[in-house]
Design a protein around this ligand. Structure first.
Ligand SMILES: [Fe+2]
Ligand SMILES: [Fe+2]
Length: 234
């Protein structure tokens, strides 16, 4: 079994029979991976560990009960703590089941904040790996523009989400990473406000659902997002 097939199987096994959870995880993971690869390449830090970490950044949420994961209203203190554990669980899954400690570290730190008010360790500034900073900003953008529908909140316009990211630079996000992200979206065809940009990613998702499917199209997508010369695959 290739690395990619192993990962797809792992995600399916962990999600169990919860289709909503699986779909939400995969759609969000693929979009964040797509954005993080583009941004990573732009900033000269793209590699297979960044790609894997971006795809699986929320893998730890797959063990969280759907009632908490998709709760439409605000989370209470305990629910928030349970959700927060996904950074740690994702770290363990990718470190121990996939044996990719560097990618696991990027996942562990994807909810750290530049101002030190994030979790799990409260790292600040450049103590946060730049790859985690990249995943963080791409994650926030996707959550604001697309993923909010999962929680029955209307998605934000791309322009408004970019404004929010600009305002959070130096607080939630690394200033350089936030600036590069905003520039990247501004100068790329992704900026359409009707979310055309992620359809290319989502057309591959049904293939992940078919058991026994060799996921050729998914493999092709991953290859398309890989940098020239990067032969390590996922
Ligand atoms: Fe997360
Ligand atoms: Fe996420």
């Amino acid at each position: 079994m290739s690395d990619l097939e192993q990962i797809i199987k792992l995600v399916r096994d962990l999600a169990g029979v919860d289709e909503k959870k699986l779909l939400s995880f995969q759609a969000h993971g693929f979009r964040v991976m797509y954005l993080a690869c583009k941004l990573g390449r732009r900033m000269g830090v793209y590699d297979a560990d960044l790609r894997l970490a971006a795809l699986l950044h929320d893998i730890g949420k797959i063990g969280v009960d759907s009632a908490i994961l998709f709760k439409p209203g605000p989370l209470n203190h305990i629910e928030y703590l349970i959700i927060q554990a996904h950074s740690h669980i994702g770290n363990r899954i990718v470190r121990e089941l996939l044996d990719r400690p560097r990618a696991a570290e990027f996942i562990r730190d994807h909810h750290e904040r530049w101002d030190g008010r994030g979790y799990p360790r409260g790292l600040a500034g450049d103590a946060i790996p730049v790859q985690s900073q990249i995943i963080s900003v791409c994650d926030a953008f996707d959550t604001m523009t697309v993923e909010r529908r999962v929680y029955q909140a209307p998605p934000m316009r791309v322009a408004d989400a970019l404004n929010e990211i600009r305002q959070c630079a130096g607080k939630q996000f690394g200033p350089r990473v936030a600036r590069e992200f905003v520039e990247m979206i501004r100068h790329s065809p992704l900026r359409s406000d009707d979310h055309e940009w992620y359809r290319g990613v989502e057309e591959y998702l049904p293939l992940l659902h078919r058991r026994g499917q060799p996921a050729e199209a998914v493999r092709k997508y991953l290859e398309d997002t890989a940098a020239a010369g990067d032969e390590s695959g996922l």
